[in-house]
Ligand binder design. Structure first.
Ligand SMILES: Cc1cc2nc3c(=O)[nH]c(=O)nc-3n(C[C@H](O)[C@H](O)[C@H](O)COP(=O)(O)O)c2cc1C
Length: 218
């Protein structure tokens, strides 16, 4: 293998403080399962949602242990963790060889900060870097209903080249459990950046399969 092939090229996963931490867990699990490296950034507010939705107090100093509990994966050799206040972190520079960034879930605050280029923390800084380097950026926004200013920020993100991907599960894949609906959204996030996965069953042009899958599962 040449020296160039050995350069680690991670996806940065930014977890902001919106409800929907299972989406982030599913995305990280699927990236690792696909053999992708992951750089993880967890905003300060996301610690509250992780605590609320999983009971885990996510700690910078014990991130490996806390992440393993959260996503249910023990082998985290392909993960690097960067504290949200660390502006000297690798991915805060465009010269860091990241493939792109997935913000999952994205708060309306993160949407605003990224759209306006605020860089108020490492998550927003990496998103700005991702846009300026013309790398893929997926923003999985979680809020409902949406106010006018957030809608404007989402349009601005789209205009800047980001993929705006609402955390909005489809039911055509036959999902009848929360896990399946979560995995559907995570699968669409991975689809947006071309990472292979088997998180949900794809539409094949046949009406009625979702209902049949539900009946078989019942
Ligand atoms: C339990 C909990 C759930 C939240 N859910 C959402 C949400 O679904 N969407 C959202 O935009 N903000 C949500 N918030 C508010 C954000 O966490 C808050 O606006 C925060 O400033 C966002 O910071 P961040 O973008 O740096 O993570 C929630 C907060 C808490 C404590």
């Amino acid at each position: 293998m040449s020296e160039q092939q050995q350069v680690r090229q991670p996806w940065v996963v930014g977890v902001s403080g919106a409800s929907g931490t299972p989406y982030a867990a599913s995305v990280v699990r699927a990236l690792l399962a696909a053999g992708e490296a992951v750089d993880l950034v967890v905003s300060r507010a996301a610690r509250l949602t992780i605590l609320d939705e999983t009971g885990i107090s996510f700690r910078d100093a014990h991130w490996r242990e806390d992440l393993a509990r959260w996503i249910g994966v023990d082998d985290l050799d392909d993960v690097r963790y960067w504290p949200a206040g660390d502006f000297a972190a690798g991915p805060s520079s465009g010269s860091y060889p990241a493939k792109g960034m997935l913000v999952v879930p994205a708060t309306t605050g993160a949407v605003a900060g990224i759209a306006l280029g605020l860089s108020k923390d490492l998550l927003q800084r990496v998103a700005s870097v991702t846009l300026k380097e013309r790398r893929p950026l997926v923003v999985c926004v979680r809020e409902t209903p949406l106010n006018g200013v957030t809608l404007q920020h989402l349009v601005a993100l789209d205009a800047q080249g980001a993929v705006v991907l609402p955390a909005s599960p489809g039911f055509y894949a036959g999902g009848s459990t929360v896990r399946e609906l979560v995995d559907f959204v995570a699968g669409r996030v991975l689809d947006a950046v071309g990472v292979p996965h088997t998180l949900y069953r794809r539409w094949e042009g046949e009406l009625g399969r979702a209902a049949r899958a539900g009946a078989e599962g019942a």
